[in-house]
Design a protein around this ligand. Structure first.
Ligand SMILES: Nc1ncnc2c1ncn2[C@@H]1O[C@H](COP(=O)(O)OP(=O)(O)OP(=O)(O)O)[C@@H](O)[C@H]1O
Ligand SMILES: [Mg+2]
Length: 229
């Protein structure tokens, strides 16, 4: 399989006042096209930080990140935002839907950044909602949907621009077991049937079982799974 993501000697630190906090150090990681990777590790180990770097939400302090051959660590803010809009779908623990907008409008949102016509935006959003099994809830607002349904709307929003990569930060962290299984089954389907490459942070070993393999972070570095045995 071709490499989609190539991370070399990645480091990230934050400075607060005089204090420098090293959050990630010497991370080397390659992720193949079509992979479904679970990322686990203790709270504060740097999982969200790494995920945000992979998705181009944040810039590294050192090292390189290539996605699909593009050095995203060298892109400036505007170019990076543009790259994100067409290459990455984000799925968060708390869905991050706009409360005043219907499911349909929430899913259409990322398409406002594109040149698509209003009719085409509407059509693409409908197709995405159908794919997550919520065509019949298109006019519902988030408050009129269950947590699991809200997360499926968020997944529809993440895939509506047809990005190659989905990054998910504890996507089932706020869901009951049944809704979590629905969401994980959906992610697995997007991976297997639609070729999406998925990087998913989770604390739940049962959720990680849906991925094709699991990596562990500890104190800002990738560690061998055996280290936890
Ligand atoms: N903007 C920031 N400024 C300073 N420190 C930060 C910032 N963002 C994260 N950190 C620090 O980086 C470390 C890793 O944070 P991160 O959110 O990546 O952890 P995590 O593995 O996702 O944890 P959790 O499982 O609790 O979500 C923490 O010590 C955190 O305090
Ligand atoms: Mg986190």
């Amino acid at each position: 399989m071709a490499t989609l993501i190539d991370i070399q000697n990645l480091a990230k630190s934050y400075t607060r006042g005089k204090q420098k906090v090293e959050v990630l150090h010497h991370v080397d990681l390659t992720i193949a096209e079509g992979d479904f990777l679970a990322l686990m590790g203790p709270s504060g180990s740097g999982k969200t930080t790494l995920l945000n770097l992979i998705g181009g939400l944040d810039a590294p302090s050192a090292g390189s990140i290539s996605v699909g051959g593009q050095r995203i660590d060298q892109l400036g803010g505007g170019a990076l935002a543009k790259w994100r809009a067409s290459n990455v779908g984000f799925i968060f623990q708390f869905y991050n839907l706009m409360p005043m907008l219907s499911a349909q409008r929430n899913v259409e949102l990322p398409l406002l950044l594109t040149k698509l016509s209003a009719a085409q935006r509407k059509k693409n959003a409908s197709i995405a909602l159908q794919l997550v099994g919520l065509a019949d809830r298109a006019s519902h607002k988030p408050s009129e949907l269950s947590g699991g349904q809200q997360q499926r709307v968020a997944i529809a929003r993440a895939i509506v621009s047809d990005p190659a990569l989905l990054v998910c930060d504890e996507p089932t962290g706020d869901l009951d077991r049944q809704s979590a299984e629905d969401v994980l089954g959906l992610l697995q389907q997007l991976n297997r049937d639609h070729g999406k490459t998925i990087v998913m942070v989770t604390h739940d070993p049962k959720a990680a079982e849906y991925a094709s393999h699991t990596l562990h972070l500890d104190k800002g570095a990738l560690v061998e799974q055996g280290a936890f045995a």
